[in-house]
Design a protein around this ligand. Structure first.
Ligand SMILES: [Fe+2]
Length: 203
């Protein structure tokens, strides 16, 4: 018998269909992030995931600007409640976005970025890609921080090697990464290169 994860949301539908295409202006999303997340490093993580999500939507999904903004918004706010409400992570930001009448697709994307923890399965491409990018983005940034030249000259091979070293960034769950990758058809190497290219200049 499996136990219910502590952060389980206990529901699978989010937001109101009438709010489709309602997005929070990106400046407002940044203001919310600044208010809710005092930790600069955690804020950077969300900005990096946002940048990678937006770039992927535009370059790999053929998304228009508006759709890419959805991907960006989900990335930017996916951990917004983590610092202040670790025991209710995801629930609080979801309720906030529902209150702000944000597009249900964005809310579902945030709700499904850790299926094992929140009990919500990724369904759309946006859902699946945030799940793929979340842990890997943080992992690659951790690898950059220990290099004197940071992202400069970083190659995919060195990241693959670190992934196979359990003691490096041990808090990054390799099983989650593998589970996320099993739901898409892009090879890990390609994902790593994409993340390096698109988060290196995010500040
Ligand atoms: Fe995250």
């Amino acid at each position: 018998m499996s136990s219910t994860p502590i952060l389980a949301l206990g529901r699978s539908t989010f937001g109101d269909a009438a709010n489709k295409d309602n997005l929070l202006p990106i400046e407002e999303a940044h203001a919310l992030l600044n208010e809710w997340v005092p930790n600069e490093r955690l804020r950077l993580h969300m900005k990096q995931v946002a940048a990678v999500m937006k770039a992927w939507a535009l370059e790999r999904e053929g998304a228009d600007e508006r759709t890419a903004q959805k991907w960006e918004l989900a990335g930017l706010l996916h951990d917004a409640d983590w610092e202040k409400h670790p025991d209710a992570h995801c629930r609080i930001i979801i309720e906030k976005l529902e209150e702000l009448n944000v597009d249900p697709e964005v809310i579902h994307c945030i709700a499904s970025h850790g299926p094992k923890y929140f009990g919500v399965e990724p369904e759309t491409r946006m859902d699946k890609m945030i799940y793929v990018f979340d842990e890997l983005s943080g992992f690659i940034h951790a690898a950059a921080l220990i290099r004197p030249t940071r992202y400069e000259g970083m190659d995919v091979k060195s990241i693959l090697k670190k992934l196979k070293t359990p003691s490096f960034a041990a808090q990054v769950n390799r099983d989650d990464i593998n589970d996320a990758l099993s739901r898409i058809d892009t090879p890990l190497e390609e994902i790593i290169q994409f993340i390096i290219d698109h988060q290196r200049d995010v500040q």
